[in-house]
Design a protein around this ligand. Structure first.
Ligand SMILES: [Cu+2]
Length: 143
């Protein structure tokens, strides 16, 4: 008899747990037309590090990785981390998607989420001084 009662308790608790879960889901799914859909998907990471790859000035001012590929309509969380150990601030600009991460100080980082609304090959670059000319440029491919 006791074991039946225990089983009954377990069932009640399990049922309560299910109800609680449903209760939590009720509010976001109440407006599926706005909450669900493409915006519900997590943003993809585009993590870019500004780095000085050697002690030679000719290879200062680089992005750690210079090519990224995503799909059209991907939501992209782009981050610029400034890992260059000098006093320079750096930036990451993507003109076509109006991305501007500017004044990123040493050891600092900035992020912004944008949607890759068009396919193509685009440049991202640092707009500080002549950094782009020195090599702070990369390619973003949206397929
Ligand atoms: Cu720079």
């Amino acid at each position: 008899m006791r074991s039946v009662f225990s089983l009954f308790l377990v069932v009640v608790i399990a049922a309560a747990g299910c109800l609680g879960g449903n209760g939590k889901q009720a509010s976001p799914s109440a407006s599926p037309s706005t909450a669900a859909g493409s915006n519900a998907t997590a943003a993809k990471e585009m993590y870019v590090v500004a780095t000085d790859v050697s002690s030679q000035p000719t290879t200062w001012y680089r992005f750690s990785k210079s090519a990224y590929t995503f799909k059209a309509n991907d939501k992209i969380n782009v981050t610029l981390k400034n890992a260059v150990g000098d006093i320079n601030q750096h930036a990451l600009i993507i003109d076509e998607f109006n991305v501007k991460l500017e004044n990123v100080a040493v050891s600092d980082s900035k992020s912004v989420i944008f949607t890759a609304t068009k396919a193509g090959t685009f440049k991202f670059y640092c707009n500080v001084g002549n950094h782009r000319t020195l090599g702070m440029e990369g390619t973003l491919t949206i397929s």
